[in-house]
Design a protein around this ligand. Structure first.
Ligand code: IMP
Length: 188
């Protein structure tokens, strides 16, 4: 199967590459950038983005998008689907500042992949979550985005300090695993 991946984020492409290593799926990168909706769940954002990206791209193969967010419990899920906007304006340091006096550091990452299938106009979504907590300070230089301030559950290091762990257990890896299961089922 051939799928177009509409994204401007090189980090996502790299992590998809790792998660899809040795898997028979041809991904072609597509440079279209459509506006995102303000839904709180990244799955809803991704679902609409897939359809809009397909229409903007003018291709005839399925179009895939991916949307991710960091949901912090003591901030009622903020920044969530606004994670991109928040980090652009305030950085990971902004999140640490906002949480300076908060003891409940629980948070999770969620990734949703959405694929628009032109043959029937259907959109399928595949999601993954990774639970953990927000660190007290920035640590590590691997990964991207909020990785230096996110410590996955049952671990001591941030994703940015331990990129091998991120490759194994991340929200993105889990979403890609769901996608692989779907493709394997379609093949059989
Ligand atoms: P997007 O809207 O899916 O592009 O993601 C919003 C923002 O969340 C990105 O700009 C990154 O800063 C952050 N982000 C997405 N995925 C990850 C991740 O795996 N680790 C850390 N930050 C991430």
């Amino acid at each position: 199967m051939e799928i177009f991946f509409a994204t401007s984020n090189d980090n996502k492409v790299r992590e998809f590459g790792h998660a899809l290593k040795d898997f028979d799926l041809k991904i072609k990168r597509l440079n279209v950038n459509v506006p995102e909706t303000d839904d709180e769940d990244v799955e809803d954002v991704a679902r609409k983005k897939a359809r809009d990206s397909f229409e903007a791209a003018g291709v005839d193969s399925p179009v895939m998008v991916e949307d991710s967010g960091l949901y912090v419990k003591s901030l009622n899920g903020f920044p969530g689907s606004m994670s991109g906007f928040f980090i652009k304006k305030c950085g990971e340091e902004g999140l640490l500042k906002l949480m300076k006096n908060l003891d409940n550091r629980k948070a999770f990452f969620k990734t949703s992949i959405a694929i628009y299938f032109p043959k029937n106009g259907d959109v399928k979504t595949f999601s993954g979550k990774c639970r953990g907590k927000i660190s007290r300070d920035k640590r590590g230089s691997g990964g991207f985005g909020y990785d230096p301030v996110f410590i996955p559950e049952n671990h001591e290091n941030t994703f940015a300090e331990d990129i091998e762990t991120k490759k194994r257990i991340s929200h993105r890896k889990k979403a890609v695993d769901e996608l692989k299961d779907f493709i394997n089922n379609e093949k059989s």
